[in-house]
Design a protein around this ligand. Structure first.
Ligand code: ADP
Length: 154
């Protein structure tokens, strides 16, 4: 069985993330959405809130699991026996960091491969950071995130 991991902070999940999820499920038998519980970054939504939101958004998509993780992604991948990481690429700004991460991970776990899905052009400008900034200033974020997320945020 080919198990893939789509890791991220998802603080909160955006339409860009959802597009990657929908495309990634066609590439694997099971997709584990791994939600980073990072103690050095203070998130807007707790890991439990982010997981609940993602489960709601993806409830009709088969073969998806949503789980928290902390520490090294390679350790989590080895624990759940996954050898494929999926990441989204929005543009050249993402590329350098993503390539470094992919090479570092493969160095620590040689069986692990990372594949990149190039973002849908309609969502390439969307980031969780941007969404959080708009929420903080009471702006219109409704067309940047799935409708289930809009309900949670409200
Ligand atoms: P991280 O904190 O790991 O960067 P994010 O939650 O910001 O986590 O993003 C998780 C993954 O989703 C990354 O691979 C990122 O490049 C990708 N991603 C983020 N926003 C978009 C978008 N608008 N379109 C496609 N991929 C995206």
């Amino acid at each position: 069985m080919r198990r893939g991991i789509y890791p991220g902070s998802f603080d909160p999940l955006t339409l860009g993330h959802l597009d990657i999820i929908k495309r990634a499920v066609d590439l694997v038998d099971e997709l584990v959405i791994a939600v980073l519980n990072n103690s050095s970054k203070i998130p807007m939504f707790t890991v439990e809130e982010r997981i609940a939101m993602i489960r709601d958004v993806t409830k009709d998509i088969e073969c998806i699991r949503v789980e928290p993780f902390n520490g090294l992604l390679v350790d989590f991948a080895s624990q759940i026996d996954a050898k494929l990481i999926i990441r989204g690429l929005r543009g050249v700004n993402d590329f350098e960091y993503e390539m470094q991460m992919a090479q570092t991970n493969r160095n620590m776990y040689p069986e692990l491969d990372t594949i990149f899905l190039v973002t849908n052009i309609n969502y390439s400008y969307i980031s969780s950071t941007l969404v959080k900034e708009i929420i903080k200033h009471d702006g219109a974020f409704q067309n940047l995130v799935p409708e289930e997320i809009v309900k949670y945020i409200k």
